[in-house]
Design a protein around this ligand. Structure first.
Ligand code: AMP
Length: 404
């Protein structure tokens, strides 16, 4: 609902040019407005539009993610972005100078932030089959704003971009080379999140940050990234955000023979396979109950426990695999909804990694702030809150020249 009374946060009149970061997920839109000046970004407003039962609601959040206000949300147009822009501008008491969007797939051609021109948007639309739950949802906001606000500068920022420096061997699929030439290779995703966490780790713990680190982004979508000196070396996600970890509703890595079987023997067509592998698998499929980790952790059901066990097992296995990519492990960082908020999942994953030198401090893990590892642990453990919106705003303000 536009201009809902009572959701105005006090004292947020932007004095400097501000950039709106729009982070469209499969079921929520996270957003943040940042003042940009002198090379710094200052958050002035943060929030989230989420589905809530049959309706949607808009939440405004403080810098720790604590909900300040909430109100029903109804889009007036077909896409949320123009209404969101008006909602934000009403609260900033002024226009935003530019908008940045998170786009999941940049494909082979977009390895850094780019202006949202029509040819670029069309080229990115063509990548939708490689990210059917996310690509068009992210692009829809940019298309809609081009119509509603044609003069507003818009920037697209990519989840794949942070992984652009991988050695070719890390991204090569075992397929005939003709497919690589056509763009089928491993890319890696959640890059804006990994960039945010790497930047924070470099400030919190510079010596670990310069070493070999695995960051586990464990949310509804889940992946892990191996970093050396703050740069991505390998990731569990591949050509699509379906690969790697078992997730809320996505299957993660699957023997490709299983897909052939589903097609040939069970007779599933392409749309049914997308629905099965992206929307009905993972924690939801294994538990038969929910893809939401909180629901599973509160359940006494055996299948819910088995789904949680699978998530923990696969996460620990992926940490070990990625330690192989960087030939050792100095740091392990947890982030995103589950990684930031569930001491139990962190503890269960780390218990499986004791052989690699991961020793948690149970009290620090329960508090869940900052460093989690015991004194003397060979691997330093951290919980770091990801801030994808800041990264989107950073890339957008740089490209628009608003950061000077
Ligand atoms: P994200 O996609 O990063 O927003 O993360 C969403 C996931 O985080 C969902 O599976 C939630 O159930 C999970 N989550 C959020 N808070 C908690 C919590 N306190 N304990 C366990 N899981 C949580």
């Amino acid at each position: 609902m536009i201009g809902t009374p009572g959701v105005r946060q006090s004292g947020i009149v932007a004095r400097m040019p501000s950039v709106l970061a729009v982070n469209t997920g499969s079921s929520t839109v996270k957003f943040g407005a940042f003042e940009t000046a002198g090379g710094t970004l200052a958050p002035v407003l943060r929030g989230r539009i989420e589905s809530h039962g049959p309706g949607r609601r808009v939440l405004s959040l403080d810098t720790d993610g604590v909900v300040l206000t909430e109100a029903p949300w109804v889009d007036r147009g077909r896409d949320t972005a123009p209404d969101l822009l008006r909602w934000v501008e009403a609260r900033l008491a002024g226009p935003v100078a530019g908008v940045g969007h998170r786009i999941v797939h940049g494909g082979p051609d977009f390895s850094q932030a780019v202006a949202a021109t029509e040819p670029v948007l069309k080229a990115l639309d063509a990548l939708a089959p490689l990210a059917p739950l996310h690509q068009q949802q992210g692009l829809a906001g940019a298309w809609a704003l081009r119509k509603s606000h044609p003069d507003l500068p818009q920037v697209l920022t990519f989840d794949t971009a942070f992984h652009g420096g991988h050695e070719p061997v890390a991204d090569r699929l075992g397929l005939p080379r003709v497919w690589e030439a056509r763009g089928l290779r491993r890319y890696g995703f959640h890059g804006l999140s990994y960039e945010s966490v790497a930047e924070q780790l470099a400030l919190l713990d510079p010596s670990t940050a310069t070493g070999r680190v695995v960051t586990a982004h464990l949310g509804s979508g889940a992946s892990l990234c191996a970093l050396r000196n703050g740069r991505s070396v390998d990731s569990t996600m591949g050509a699509t955000p379906l690969d790697g970890m078992v997730m809320g509703t996505r299957c993660g890595s699957l023997d490709p023979g299983v897909v052939l079987y589903l097609q040939q023997i069970a007779g599933l067509d392409a749309a049914e396979l997308v629905d099965l592998l992206y929307r009905r698998s993972g924690l939801l499929g294994v538990s038969g109950l929910s893809g939401d980790m909180r629901v599973l952790l509160e359940s006494d059901d055996l299948a819910a426990r088995e789904a949680v066990d699978l998530f923990v097992y696969r996460a620990a296995r992926e940490v070990a695999t990625l330690a192989g990519s960087v030939e050792g492990l100095d740091g392990l960082v947890f982030t995103a909804g589950i990684g930031e908020n569930s001491p139990r999942i962190r503890a269960e994953i780390c218990a499986r990694l004791a052989w690699l030198g991961v020793e948690l401090d149970p009290a620090a893990n329960s508090r869940g702030t900052g460093q989690l590892s015991a004194a003397g642990s060979p691997v330093t453990g951290w919980m770091i809150r990801t801030d994808e919106e800041r990264m989107i705003a950073r890339h957008a303000s740089r490209l628009l020249g608003l950061d000077r």
